[in-house]
Design a protein around this ligand. Structure first.
Ligand code: APR
Ligand code: ZN
Ligand code: ZN
Length: 375
């Protein structure tokens, strides 16, 4: 491509400080260094974690930053020694990379590659950024930073997908869908005939619901304080939905009453410590598994009565649904193309990139499941 090896000037949504609207600015994107890939973003979902970034809620969060991490893209150019992808490939950037060499990559059951940037450095491996705005280096979120026309990612953090896949749908496989779906099928390993409870019916919760249904759960109970979320949850396979505000007693007591003492599996897809504790208490004391998926604000802590665990519950956490990203993302795209599951119900709004702040408003007002930005 004509831009190969050159600095690209393009538009990006920059967060200069916490709690301010994103500012659409011209940025400069340097060419990729060795084992790096420069990608042109085609579509990107707005995830709740992006909202945490722009509000400055995450540990180590640094500004200015470009959030956005649920994207589909095309490779513009590659740095030296890159073998995994080539110019023109349709790709999904990976918020949890897969280097293939670290202890987690080599472990059968872990996906938490050491090259991840969940710790929020916001920089490339050499501790610099390829993105600058007004002469200042700009951080990127989760090693991706996709609210921009172009960005640069590590080779370990990008994977080729089917060129025919619709970017405005499969971008969700870059975060929300895989996180929820994997939490059900890979982390919890939901069994056919079981009872599941899902706290929070946003993009993550509904993706978890799809996973529970594909795994053959007999009962799936959705929990949300916004009853407007119930209709879609039922379309996707929830058998019942409950609103904690409709009860005077704690929601875990209500749920244990509905499930013969507690559910087989519970999933926390909200990100508050209160709902994390409720999800654990709603799992059966002797056999239940609770999976925490929601991301709490950086300084929040859970305090637990150890008796909750001693009786036989299992508490698990999930990052990117526990799936090994390079191995599984292309397969999930293929499964979507083969109609094994549908992503259409999750996308409630499609907006041009310039309307990004409107997309955040829809999320904050509980009006959207996923808004997908088109570039
Ligand atoms: N009890 C029940 N439901 C609640 C509560 C509560 N106390 N508080 C919020 N909710 C519901 C909201 O009404 C909403 O439907 O939880 C849902 C959360 O959905 P989204 O805001 O769309 O968030 P989502 O993108 O699904 O992410 C959920 O996972 O990845 C993390 O950072 C992300 O912590 C967030 C979580
Ligand atoms: Zn690794
Ligand atoms: Zn996300």
């Amino acid at each position: 491509m004509a831009t190969s090896g050159k600095v690209i000037k393009c538009m990006a949504a920059v967060a200069w400080a916490p709690k301010t609207p994103l500012s659409i600015e011209e940025i400069e994107v340097a060419p990729p260094k060795a084992r790096e890939v420069r990608i042109k973003i085609l579509a990107c979902g707005i995830c709740r974690s992006d909202d945490h970034v722009v509000k400055g809620l995450l540990s180590n969060q640094k500004f200015p930053v470009i959030a956005g991490h649920e994207a589909a893209a095309i490779v513009e150019s590659v740095g030296k020694e890159v073998t995994a992808v080539k110019q023109g490939d349709k790709v999904i950037p990976l918020i949890v990379p897969q280097c293939g060499e670290c202890r987690c990559c080599k472990h059968r059951n872990s996906n938490f590659c050491i090259k991840n940037d969940v710790v929020n450095t916001g920089l490339m491996e050499d501790s610099t950024s390829r993105l600058t705005c007004k002469g200042k280096p700009v951080h990127t979120f989760l090693g991706v930073g996709a609210f921009t026309e172009y960005t640069v990612v590590n080779e370990a953090a990008v994977v080729k997908i089917d060129a025919a896949a619709p970017v405005e749908r499969v971008c969700l496989i870059g975060c929300g869908f895989s996180t929820g779906y994997g939490s059900a099928v890979q982390i919890a390993k939901v069994e056919a005939g079981s009872t599941c409870v899902i706290f929070g019916l946003g993009g993550i919760g509904l993706s978890t619901l799809i996973g529970c249904r594909v795994a053959g759960a007999a009962r799936i109970i959705g929990v949300d304080v916004n009853k407007d979320k119930f209709a879609k949850a039922k379309t996707l396979g929830a058998t019942e939905c409950v609103n904690p505000r409709d009860f005077t007693k704690p929601i875990h007591e209500v749920l244990c009453g509905m499930t013969d003492g507690g559910a087989d599996y519970t999933f926390e897809c909200i990100g508050t410590i209160d709902t994390m504790t409720s999800a654990l208490k709603s799992s059966h004391p002797g056999l239940g598994t609770c999976v925490i998926i929601g991301v709490a604000a950086g300084d929040e802590r859970i305090s637990l009565d150890p008796m909750l665990m001693i009786t036989g519950r299992t508490l698990k956490g999930s990052c990117f649904g526990g799936i090994k990203s390079k191995d599984c993302v292309p397969q999930l795209v293929a499964d979507y193309m083969a109609k094994k599951f549908n992503l259409d119900e999750l996308v409630t709004h499609t907006l041009p990139f310039e309307k990004i702040n409107d997309g955040f408003e829809l999320l904050r007002n509980g009006k959207s499941i996923r808004s997908v930005l088109i570039f």
